[in-house]
Write a protein that binds this ligand. Sequence first.
Ligand code: NAD
Ligand code: ZN
Length: 374
Amino acid sequence: MSTSYTIPKTQKAAVVESVGGTLQIKDDYPVKQASELAPGECLVKLEFTGVCHTDLHAAKNDWPVPAKTPLIGGHEGVGHIVAIGEHTQDSPVKVGDRVGIKWLAYSCLECEQCRKGNEQVCVKGKYSGFSVDGTFSQYVVSWVSHVTPIPANLDSAEAASILCAGITVYRAIKHSQTHIGDWIVLPGAGGGLGHLAIQYAVAMGLRVVAVDTGAEKRDLCLKLGAEKWVDFKETKDLVKDIKDATGGAGPHSTIITAASNAAYEQAIDYLRPGGTLMVVSLPGQGKLSCDIFFTVTKAISILGSYVGNRQDAIESLDIAARGKVKCYYTLKPLSALQETYEGLEEGTVVGRVVLDMKQTLVYHFWVFSSRHDS
Ligand code: NAD
Ligand code: ZN
């Protein structure tokens, strides 16, 4: 016996109609029906979705590449598969499975980058809440090859933000060329990505200097395992304070998740020789400027890190399911999305905001019937 679902014709969705336009909550947005799904596509009924600063960039359209419009943002969703496109072959998931929607919704799995595990940069890549509609709606279309099974012992609301923030910082730390006992500095530590980065770093045996601002973020960062704290708004000398926090020599790596150009400016100065700058945040129209002389003579590595592949998704969720990493979030309804964007803009969101998509459901009936997973 398995589950089959009644799929409504319309749904509630948060829609940005035009490039850089305002957000509107609609009650009558069409739901793609099971018969309309292409082979390989699946329809997921969402329970929860996190709100990432990327969603704000996409809604504001402040990147060099524009988002689709009309746009339904969101790429940290957890829900159940309610339908799979007819003629889908070898699906790794079935109707009824609890899965996550991440930024990378689809990649071809055949090109050189996909074969090497760099599926995030597949030329045929599709991105949830950017080039295809995302999770700020009750139902989302995704692809069976890329939805991520959620471990049974991980709560859906807690899993949501692992699907972007968690995967991203987990992979960035893995590639940061650090080893157990090394110092890592995390500018943006009190935000969505940053507060998870503290916990993944600690789980990997790294020592953390958290950089952000305000007492609430400081308390959270120290509670989550950061050994040192630097308030970027209060410090008189950021480079000195970060170096002092690590005993004088500076950190072995910095993972920048602060959505501001300023956060990159002094990274080369405070890193220890041989250190690694992980470029993660995506400030609109941002330019990386660094002193070439010191980048060379300190033998600094500068690496861009872009979300993660399917394996990173599974590994980062597994670490969360084993209790090593826990998302600190405030639960809100979909109608609070606009105020959440304003909070992200002003820097007042501590940890993450997760939206409870069940609160907005118009139809909640589902029935047990025969298998429906072809
Ligand atoms: P967030 O708003 O939750 O967190 C950012 C934090 O940075 C805030 O706590 C803010 O107070 C802090 N901050 C701002 N200026 C700072 C400064 N100068 N120094 C130190 N801290 C500072 O945002 P988020 O959801 O964590 O996303 C962060 C960025 O990462 C965004 O630009 C987002 O688009 C990007 N992102 C990149 C990837 C990727 O694959 N590389 C994935 C997800 C998100
Ligand atoms: Zn994101």
